[in-house]
Design a protein around this ligand. Structure first.
Ligand SMILES: Nc1ncnc2c1ncn2[C@@H]1O[C@H](COP(=O)(O)OP(=O)(O)OP(=O)(O)O)[C@@H](O)[C@H]1O
Ligand SMILES: [Mg+2]
Length: 228
């Protein structure tokens, strides 16, 4: 199964970079864990402990992402990795937690409405990345004081919607919004890869994603995915 010698050079370079980034991340996670352990609980502002916990949690998520990406670059399909299945409510709760600080700093509220505790037919970590990408975009495009609404329904299949109160998708972008490297945020460090990742991984699992401007304003993204 190991075949780095035959990988196209670009894929191999990307795999090397991800591998080294994962090693450096391990050092960050270990050091944060150390600081968290030696901080005297009594004299530490609870928000410091909370921030360290969030750094650790984010670090572990990035480790999982890099591991998945390295395995994929190695020639295994993402679907071939042994998937972790979790109920959609767990995925949504974790995604909300992952963007909590981002939303707070942007002055954006996240409101979640959902029903049905079906288990999506996709790895938990992959679906988490899809939902986090959609929430990050929605927060990024929201006005301060706005609300991002995430609603889901897991009846026959999962249907998950993320709706924001921003300006909506720029019309020139809309037809190509799921293509890689399509972005209006190049000057602010965005690559235009978030939605391309979402479409690619959803379609590989017989799911779908659509983008539209909601009638009451803002952008609306709708994800569908079969349940197990
Ligand atoms: N909620 C939204 N409201 C308005 N426009 C959006 C929204 N989400 C995405 N877009 C538009 O779609 C483009 C592509 O989104 P995508 O997530 O793929 O890339 P990005 O956010 O620009 O960069 P990256 O995700 O790689 O950091 C964005 O640059 C933006 O123009
Ligand atoms: Mg994005």
């Amino acid at each position: 199964m190991t075949q780095p010698a035959n990988d196209p050079p670009l894929v191999q370079d990307a795999a090397f970079a991800m591998h080294d980034a994962r090693n450096m991340l391990a050092a960050i996670v270990l050091n944060v864990d150390h600081v968290r352990t030696v901080l005297p609980a009594a004299n530490t502002d609870p928000s410091v402990r909370e921030a360290l916990d969030e750094i650790l949690e984010a670090g572990r998520r990035i480790e999982a992402i890099l591991t998945q990406a390295i395995e994929t670059a190695r020639g295994r399909s993402v679907r071939a990795l042994s998937p972790a299945r979790r109920p959609v409510s767990a995925v949504v709760a974790e995604a909300q937690e992952a963007v909590r600080r981002l939303a707070r700093n942007a002055g954006v509220a996240i409101s979640v409405r959902g029903g049905g505790d079906g288990v999506p037919a996709m790895d938990h970590g992959l679906l988490l990345r899809v939902v986090v990408n959609l929430l990050q975009n929605a927060i990024h495009h929201s006005p301060r004081g706005g609300t991002v609404e995430l609603s889901y329904n897991a009846g026959e299949q999962l249907r998950l919607t993320v709706h924001d109160e921003g300006p909506g998708v720029r019309p020139s972008i809309l037809p190509r919004i799921f293509d890689p490297y399509i972005t209006t945020g190049a000057t602010t460090g965005h690559a235009g890869l978030g939605l391309a990742f979402c479409r690619s991984v959803l379609e590989a699992h017989r799911g779908s994603i659509t983008a539209s401007d909601a009638q009451d304003g803002g952008a609306r993204f709708v994800v569908t995915l079969p349940l197990t």
